[in-house]
Design a protein around this ligand. Structure first.
Ligand code: C2E
Ligand code: CA
Ligand code: CA
Ligand code: CA
Length: 277
């Protein structure tokens, strides 16, 4: 038994070493990836249910690693946040989103708003002027870019950057609280924040089929949004049953695999072309 345990410990240590090595390698690669042009944006449509009308896009970062292939942001964003790379990376994302919208405008399309995920680390480092500089550089109207901040990030950042609330308010930028419902903000604190949109976390949506509690949480969030005069977007909608339930609650703007997974620029441009009128 003792030997077995030892072998297990040994294997365990090796797997930790593997993890550490992957992490170190990824981190080194990450530093070079911007220069090497390995990042790209995918776009996931936000649609109005049940009309199917396109009302927005969320920009989602992808890393095309030369050896490891497509790497999920869930893997490299935490690394980038830990080593500070998220600041240049986040700037790249905003520039790329603005440059895409500018290209659509040049093609004579009328774009829908594109929302950009912003890391709390970026907002502690950069001020709002810095964040919004690409809008001016690419002459993108303010109503075509939104930002998504997670609920917990929003609370953290406000602790560390006291001027932020006023700056965000003054900027008139539309702000969505991402993964809403997973943090623990009070109604009182939410009321003071310059928020425009609640984005309901997909965990609730996915449980609505079997959990009464999840259904009640969704109902409550929609009621809260109404009380605060905010819009609601629901993420992670995968089935028509979920979509119909959400609609019955008064939430008609949705995003999820039921409509489309995130897709590359060409596909997104195609959706935009088909939705012109
Ligand atoms: P998020 O902001 O909550 O983005 C939604 C995630 O859910 C995306 O994963 C999307 O592909 C996925 N998703 C969309 N519809 C469905 C669905 O119907 N079912 C399921 N199961 N999943 C769905 P993705 O693209 O892998 O991004 C993961 C996370 O990485 C994002 O979560 C966001 O927190 C972060 N992220 C992505 N791009 C950026 C970025 O440019 N900057 C920063 N700071 N974070 C980013
Ligand atoms: Ca998001
Ligand atoms: Ca989200
Ligand atoms: Ca989420």
């Amino acid at each position: 038994a003792r030997r077995d345990g030892g072998a297990r410990t040994q294997r365990f240590k090796l797997s930790i070493l593997e993890d550490v090595r992957t992490r170190v390698e990824l981190e080194a690669d990450l530093r070079l990836a911007i220069e090497r042009n390995e990042f790209l944006l995918y776009f996931q449509p936000k649609v109005e249910w049940p009309s199917g009308r396109l009302v927005g896009f969320e920009a989602l970062l992808r890393w095309r690693h030369p050896v490891k292939g497509m790497i999920s942001p869930d893997l490299f964003i935490p690394l980038a946040e830990a080593n500070g790379m998220i600041v240049p990376l986040g700037r790249w994302v905003m520039r790329e989103a603005c440059s895409t919208v500018a290209a659509w405008l040049r093609q004579g399309l009328s774009p829908v708003p594109v929302s950009v995920n912003v890391s709390p680390v970026q907002l502690v480092e950069d001020d709002i002027d810095e964040l919004l500089r690409p809008l001016a550089d690419f002459a993108v109207p303010l109503d075509l870019i939104e930002i998504e901040l997670t609920e917990s990030a929003m609370m953290d950042v406000i602790q560390q950057n006291r001027g932020l609330i006023a700056a965000l308010k003054a900027s008139n930028l539309r702000i969505a609280i991402d993964d809403f419902g997973t943090g623990h903000s009070s109604l009182g604190s939410l009321r003071r924040l310059p928020i425009d949109i609640f984005k309901i976390d997909r965990s609730f949506v996915q449980d609505t089929g079997h959990s009464n509690e999840a259904r009640e949480i969704v109902t409550m969030i929609v009621a809260m949004a109404r009380a605060l005069a905010l819009d609601v977007v629901v993420e992670g909608v995968e089935t028509q049953e979920q979509a119909d339930f959400l609609l019955a609650q008064g939430a008609e703007i949705m995003q999820g695999y039921l409509f489309s997974p995130p897709a590359g620029l060409e596909t997104a441009t195609g959706w935009l072309q088909r939705h012109q009128n």
